[in-house]
Design a protein around this ligand. Structure first.
Ligand code: ADP
Ligand code: MG
Ligand code: ZN
Length: 478
């Protein structure tokens, strides 16, 4: 029997507002535990939350970027549950009237394009964080309580781990572009829940699903989907039924295990948040946010192909994150050779980032420095090989390329007299090569060029050197 995988995702995205969703505590990541709290985000009796307007703006922006309808009227609800990271004992979220509905995101996997439906996007607050590694047992840090989130819920439209990853990457990309979140997965700014079920190929009803929560990397997402789908197939083949449950993904061990039976909406005893007024959004407001949306990844990619005449592959790589696209665009403004800049960003820069274990986000060189470096190569001040050396040095020292070229004496020998003298000597010392050339063996030129490069420590301009070698050899052959 052949099975088909069905996946629906819920993606939590922390919004990049300065302050929390209902109070003025800062949202800054990585601060001392339990210092960014107040009676409101701790849910003390008698406090009154006030909705942060920026949250509505960011959620609207996110919704428009994912092609959703923005609700004229939506409201906040209380989702009640007890857990140590939630001192309020309820999460203020949205239940039946979310702020965005009915969106769509197009993905492409193996050359096939496909629309993934967005069921809804709602606004909610994040919970605190449990620190299990402590010697004192489990501790709680409530700094994250009340950090604003949007939860993006998809239709069960995804059919493979690859589709799930492609979709998740695309959403991350769009969220980063719109500036609603830094999308730093390692800081938990973006987390995925995956719902997976299997069904016989050709059957239209959905099978029973399990859910894995809080996957915090694309790698974990893929592995969790692969593992869980295999596990379900094995169960089904044994004739067992799949139990609807929440499972925990252990990324170190690479296995999932049962956490708890799936809770239903009724378990949460949702009710409208009595301390907050509904959110009413006028058409003009939505239009304004729409006008202010930045160029999104897809449009940017197409523009790179049309305007900069870049291959589709380059355009895809450069627009894969907003940071890379901005870096590229700034460099092109200063040095109008898009393909060359693209090559250096795609080929030369990644290994240097990898070596330092950083990403484009904290690249230690500025676009203007790359532009300057490429100009030096273009103008034959240095050759390509030295260019790579200079780039590495720029990464390590932050110095400007001109400075490094001077310090390291990397400038190419453009003094032809000096080069001529060197070549004269090399040609005189290698009569065998001259003889070979005389009998039609052109390869001997390569040998002589190699000698010149060695003698000049790679600083000879290859074109100039070549020309002189030919002249000198011709003279010797008389
Ligand atoms: P809940 O709110 O209980 O988590 P929802 O019905 O809102 O449940 O669905 C949550 C996610 O699970 C959505 O992304 C949805 O597409 C997905 N989903 C629902 N049923 C299935 C199923 N049978 N197989 C795979 N995914 C599913
Ligand atoms: Mg769910
Ligand atoms: Zn607070």
């Amino acid at each position: 029997m052949e099975y088909e995988m069905v996946i629906g995702m819920e993606i939590h995205v922390e919004l990049g507002t300065k302050t929390k969703i209902f109070c003025s505590c800062p949202t800054k990541f990585g601060q001392e535990e339990n210092t960014h709290t107040c009676p409101v985000c701790l849910g003390m009796p008698g406090v009154l939350p006030v909705l942060n307007e920026k949250v509505v703006e960011y959620a609207t922006r996110a919704g428009l970027a994912l092609n959703c309808e923005i609700a004229h009227f939506s409201k906040m609800d209380r989702k009640n549950y007890f857990y140590p990271d939630l001192p309020k004992a309820y999460q203020t979220s949205q239940f039946d009237l979310p702020i965005c509905t009915g969106g769509v995101v197009e993905i492409e996997v193996d050359g096939v394009k496909k629309d993934i439906g967005i069921t809804r996007i709602h606004i909610e607050e994040d919970a605190g964080k449990l620190l299990h590694e402590s010697a004192d047992g489990t501790l709680v840090d409530v700094n994250r309580c009340g950090v604003p989130l949007v939860e993006i819920v998809t239709e069960p439209d995804l059919r493979s781990a690859e589709e799930a990853r492609t979709f998740a990457e695309k959403v991350r990309n769009i969220m980063e572009y719109t500036g609603v979140s830094d999308c730093k997965m390692q800081e938990g700014s973006m987390r995925f829940d995956v719902n997976i079920s299997m069904r016989e190929k050709g059957v239209t009803v959905l099978g029973t699903r399990t859910e894995m929560k809080n996957l915090n990397s694309f790698r974990a997402l893929i592995r969790a989907v692969q593992y869980e789908s295999k596990r379900q197939i094995i169960e089904l083949k044994k004739g067992h039924e799949i139990v609807q449950e929440t499972r925990k993904w252990d990324d170190t061990k690479g296995v999932s295990s049962s956490l708890r039976s799936k809770e239903e909406a009724q378990d949460y005893r949702y009710f409208p948040e009595p301390d907050l007024v509904p959110i009413v959004i006028e058409k003009e407001y939505i239009e304004k946010i729409k006008r202010e949306l930045p160029e999104l990844p897809e449009a940017k990619k197409q523009r790179y192909i049309d305007e900069y005449k870049l291959p589709e592959y380059d355009a895809g790589v450069l627009t894969a994150t907003g940071v890379t696209a901005r870096f590229f665009e700034e460099a092109v403004l200063l040095y109008d050779e898009p393909k060359q800049i693209s090559n250096w960003i795609m080929v030369e820069i990644p290994p240097l980032l990898k070596e330092k274990e950083i990403t484009m986000e904290n690249i230690p060189i500025a676009p203007v420095q790359l532009a300057e470096l490429l100009k030096l190569v273009k103008e034959n001040v240095i050759n390509g090989t030295s260019g790579k050396e200079v780039l590495k040095e720029m990464f390590n020292t932050g110095k400007n390329p001109g400075e490094i070229v001077k310090e390291k004496g990397l400038a190419q020998m453009s003094d032809t007299a000096e080069l001529e003298a060197i070549i004269e000597k090399i040609v005189a010392d290698n009569p065998k090569s001259v003889e070979d050339i005389g009998t039609g063996n052109e390869k001997a030129y390569g040998f002589l060029t190699g000698k010149v490069m060695k003698e000049t420590k790679g600083k000879a301009n290859p074109q100039v050197a070549n020309k002189i070698i030919r002249e000198v050899v011709a003279k010797h052959l008389g």
